[in-house]
Design a protein around this ligand. Structure first.
Ligand code: G6P
Length: 369
């Protein structure tokens, strides 16, 4: 096992550091360098078929569900088709409105999660086209979906998912651009701008992984907290949910993620002197709103770590700690902002002496209900 960890103390840390390669491998062969277009030979999507879809469901569990939340934002933005994201264990026991004009995307690292597989089967029965996004060749979801996109993350051993998540998010980005191309709904200029930005992300993650000392220090400072709150708006909210789940899974610290605008409708009552709050502020259009929310929690005594994009220097005035991610297109910020959150949970768990790779009560793959 030591040899498999390749010099890292834990699989989770190794897998966090493997993300640049995993992303690179997931992009390879899917972005044509000459035409600068997305190619998905594995998807038999005719223009007519894509134009027929009037609704998309993304169905998944756990971390894969959080990847789906990013997917919703991106697919709606690029295709203008409404997207609903649902937890598979809920979806399978209700009567979702599905027909031949519905695309269902099931996202699953293992391809074996019982609820996600049941949702896939139910959707097919109701006439939907199902795309499976999975990391495991030959898994049940890979075999049964109408089309499959393989994430090229390589084996993920740690229970807390990291590189599978970022490659799922990337696959959804590529799928969004691909569908927009098919619908003739994206200008060449915008497409090139997006793909250029996307191609830079593996290198940018590599760059941010060189500055983890500050994050380790921060993680150690929150290890005795009763609760940790994650706040964000838009895509940052989806990332906040994933950061909070990671922390819960391996540090066992109570944590919640909130859409920052919802704060005053309840969560604000829980903020006390010294409560750690991790506030994501990477989205330009709501940056000022986030700063206002940060001021609200700080006025109640919260200790705030702000996660923002390089260049947003003024955040200094409003937070106790800052973590900068490299500048990128707003749409792709989740690929970069999730990395410090993964590291915060890793180092918090480590500081508490927990079994980082095999947290109590949890399994890597949930193949029974
Ligand atoms: C388990 C794992 C999670 C994972 C979820 C869904 O709960 O511990 O890390 O996100 O299952 O798994 P899947 O293989 O379907 O992505």
């Amino acid at each position: 096992e030591q040899a498999e960890k390749n010099g890292y103390d834990h699989f989770m840390l190794k897998e966090i550091f493997e993300q640049p390669t995993a992303l690179q491998n997931t992009m390879t062969g899917r972005i044509d360098q000459d035409s600068q277009m997305v190619e998905f030979p594995e998807l038999d999507w005719s223009e007519a078929k894509v134009n027929e879809w009037n609704k998309i469901y993304i169905v998944a569990c756990g971390t894969a569900y959080h990847a789906g939340l990013i997917g919703k934002h991106v697919l709606e933005e690029l295709t203008r088709i409404p997207v609903a994201v649902e937890v598979a264990s809920e979806f399978r026991y209700r009567r979702p409105i599905i027909d031949e004009q519905t695309l269902v995307i099931t996202v699953s690292q293992s391809g074996e999660t019982a609820d996600t597989l049941a949702a896939l089967r139910q959707s097919q029965k109701m006439g939907a086209e199902v795309v499976g996004i999975t990391n495991v060749v030959g898994s049940s979801i890979a075999r049964e979906a109408d089309n499959v996109i393989l994430t090229m993350a390589g084996p993920e051993i740690a229970v807390a998912s990291t590189k599978a998540y970022t490659t799922q998010v990337l696959s959804l980005y590529l799928m969004g651009v691909y569908a927009a191309q098919k619908k003739g709904q994206i200008t060449e200029e915008y497409r090139k701008e997006l793909l250029e930005s996307l191609l830079k992300t593996p290198g940018q993650i590599e760059e941010s992984l060189e500055h983890i000392k500050g994050i380790r220090w921060y993680a150690e400072s929150i290890k005795d907290a009763q609760s940790v709150f994650f706040l964000g708006r838009g895509l940052d909210h989806a990332v906040a949910l994933e950061g909070s789940l990671k922390l819960k899974e391996i540090s066992y610290i109570h944590s919640e993620a909130y859409a920052a605008g919802e704060l005053k409708h309840g969560t604000l009552a829980l903020i006390e002197e010294g409560t750690p709050v991790i506030a994501l502020a990477t989205q330009n259009e709501v940056y000022d709103k986030m700063i206002a929310n940060i001021e609200e929690v700080r006025a109640r005594g919260a200790k705030v770590m702000g996660v923002t994009t390089e260049g947003n220097m003024d955040i200094y005035h409003y937070v106790d700690e800052t973590c900068y991610i490299p500048a990128t297109n707003n749409l792709f910020a989740p690929l970069l902002s999730v990395v410090p959150l993964q590291l915060i949970s890793y180092y918090t768990s480590l500081a508490l002496g927990n079994d980082v790779d095999k947290p109590r009560n949890l399994a890597k793959s949930v193949t029974v209900e």
